[in-house]
Design a protein around this ligand. Structure first.
Ligand code: DON
Length: 576
């Protein structure tokens, strides 16, 4: 089944025709896989496959993941190859200069979370983004190298490789070939690159592949410097990125715009294993990411807060269901601001926050049909003893992987590392730069998420897995800043309570409340009747364009893997 197919085609009058890149690299992956044509590919929004499937933000990246599965790789192999490919074909968020979270469930039931979130450099300090009057200098945590945390993606993928079957070099090869031999860009990508050209030139020490020309759909983008960086990783593993030439390029780029990442910071970076969050919701077992992501805790809180209610009978996106779910969102996000941060620096009361009893307690003052207030709802008392990208893979054995990875903002801090050809993140803005001051997502926080050297900034990324009757069932997630946990929450309710297909659940209009500001943001196609009914109850409701790009794979009762890509982007599925 193929829906909304659209294709991208360009004349291929280039060296690529000869299978030769700038540095004389010969094609191996693309030669072996003539069906993956970087100059002519289609977006496939939904399809079912007998064995394994991938859903990601870009058709080429999904096709690479599927080819790796078909070649005998498992879900980990496919995920690694997909992440590296996204770093080339989806530069706004796919990355090697950012970080992310890898959540997996092996077919034997083993769960694993690899946290490859960026870390604050050793020279970072709590007040580094405040002026002498103590006010936040937002530009510094968003623009240029000063905004960068130490990148974690390469280390994260290498840690993931311990669970893969194929050679790491073969998993990086497709990305190298896309970078070296070029690929055709979509209209969305052309518009994105054009809109940021001035920022790229201002924030980077040198022009780059992205700033070479004014782009239009169908143009071929070559990234020779990025190809060279990927080759160093292919040859030298971790040291190909965190040491040597690549590290030199990164540290040199720091000087252009006040960055503080040092060679030691790069060398000392390591990913961390995190125990996933687990809980049950209406007969389903949900597995998601723990701090430094807030996502797993938030969806555990929100789903358990609404569990006593028959949400299905209320209907999707009605005043009754949205009112209930928004009141759960308000309460959970109030707790996010107060209680969540990097667990290695702050004691996050995870056990209490995700308990059924706490959810019940938090909803005690909920009155159906009555708008709550964030002035009254504060964080609970706990005592305990807009660019990112998500992709999902399920393989033939039933191994499931969900990865959400990011540069934070679209194209990160708009700084391309000269000589190395990749974008740096502006993840430092996810810290609470000043208690009570909103970050770019309007999220506020306090001491729990203050800046400290080596600390990881609180995230909303929510890669999530579901099992049903002990068997693998769904891998899902999305970008979208602080809207992420709410999108995953609503996506799961759409599937579990409203009995929607994965694709319909993903495409359905979403809403978002994050405690402060006290308002409901809704997507532009959200039903007007519900907006009016919510307003009549006293809610402040605002239309906010589109949220996120949710991708997922689901195992159907007949064992088929149905993959779905979000209507909101170029997201595309592949499998075999
Ligand atoms: O980790 C976080 O929560 C953010 N840096 C994610 C950013 C994001 O999703 C932007 N996407 N649209």
């Amino acid at each position: 089944m193929k829906l909304n197919k659209s294709s991208f085609l360009a004349p291929t009058l280039s060296l690529a025709f000869l299978g030769l890149g700038f540095a004389g690299h010969t094609q191996t992956f693309l030669k072996k896989h003539p069906g993956i044509n970087p100059y002519h590919y289609e977006v496939v929004k939904e399809a079912s496959f007998a064995h394994g499937a991938v859903s990601s933000a870009h058709p080429l990246a999904s096709m690479v993941g599927a080819a790796i599965l078909k070649e005998g790789g498992n879900a980990f192999d496919a995920a690694i190859a997909t992440q590296f490919s996204l770093a080339v074909v989806f530069p706004g968020a796919g990355n090697i200069g950012g970080g992310g979270f890898m959540l997996s469930r092996k077919a034997n039931g083993d769960l694993m979370g690899i946290d490859y979130r960026e870390a604050a450099p050793s020279k970072a300090n709590r007040d580094m983004y405040l002026d002498d009057k103590g006010n936040p200098i937002t530009k510094m945590s968003l623009d240029g190298a000063s905004a960068s945390g130490i990148p974690g993606s390469v280390a994260g993928m290498i840690a993931t490789h311990a669970y893969a079957k194929l050679a790491l070099s073969d998993l990086i090869e497709p990305a190298i070939e896309f970078a070296e031999f070029g690929y055709v860009i979509t209209e969305k990508e052309a518009n994105g690159l054009n809109s940021q050209k001035a920022n790229f030139l201002k924030n980077s020490s040198a022009p780059s592949a992205f700033t070479k020309q004014q782009w239009k759909a169908g143009d071929t983008l070559y990234q020779p410097e990025l190809a060279a960086t990927l080759k160093r990783i292919q040859k030298n593993g971790l040291a190909g990125f965190y040491e040597g030439e690549t590290a030199d390029f990164i540290v040199k780029e720091m000087q252009h715009s006040g960055g503080i990442i040092s060679k030691e910071d790069l060398k000392n970076y390591h990913p961390k294993f995190r125990k996933p969050i687990e809980f049950d919701y209406k007969g389903h077992h949900i597995i998601s990411f723990s701090p430094p992501s807030s996502g797993g805790i938030l969806i555990a809180q929100m789903l358990q807060m609404i569990a006593p209610y028959n949400v299905g009978s209320m209907g999707i996106n009605t005043e009754a269901s949205v009112g209930l779910m928004v009141e759960a969102q308000r309460r959970a996000y109030a707790d996010r601001a107060e209680h969540m941060g990097d667990p290695d620096f702050w004691k996050v009361p995870t056990k209490t926050l995700i308990s059924e009893g706490y959810a019940k307690e938090r909803m005690k003052d909920y009155v159906p049909g009555v708008a709550g207030s964030s002035k009254i709802t504060q964080a609970g008392q706990v005592h305990e003893s807009e660019q990112t990208t998500h992709f999902s893979v399920i393989d033939a054995e039933g191994n499931m992987v969900a990865i959400t990875t990011t540069l934070n903002d679209t194209y990160g801090n708009k700084t391309i590392v000269a000589g190395a050809g990749f974008l740096l993140n502006n993840e430092m803005d996810d810290f609470s730069v000043k208690p009570g001051s909103p970050n770019m997502y309007g999220a506020i926080g306090g001491e729990a998420n203050s800046i400290q050297p080596g600390k990881r900034m609180l995230s909303s990324m929510t890669p999530t897995l579901v099992t049903l009757n002990g068997k693998p069932y769904i891998s899902i997630g999305t970008p979208g800043g602080t809207t992420i946990p709410n999108q995953v929450f609503e996506g799961l309710v759409n599937i579990i309570d409203h009995k929607m297909s994965l694709k319909a659940a993903i495409d359905a209009p979403k809403f978002h409340h994050q405690w402060i500001p006290d308002m409901i943001g809704v997507e532009s196609d959200f039903p007007d009747a519900t907006i009016e009914a919510l307003k009549a109850k006293g809610y402040n409701v605002t239309k906010r364009g589109r949220f996120g790009r949710m991708d997922g794979v689901q195992i159907m009762p007949d064992g088929k893997r149905t993959a779905a890509g979000d209507k909101r982007g170029d997201d595309s599925v592949a499998g075999y």
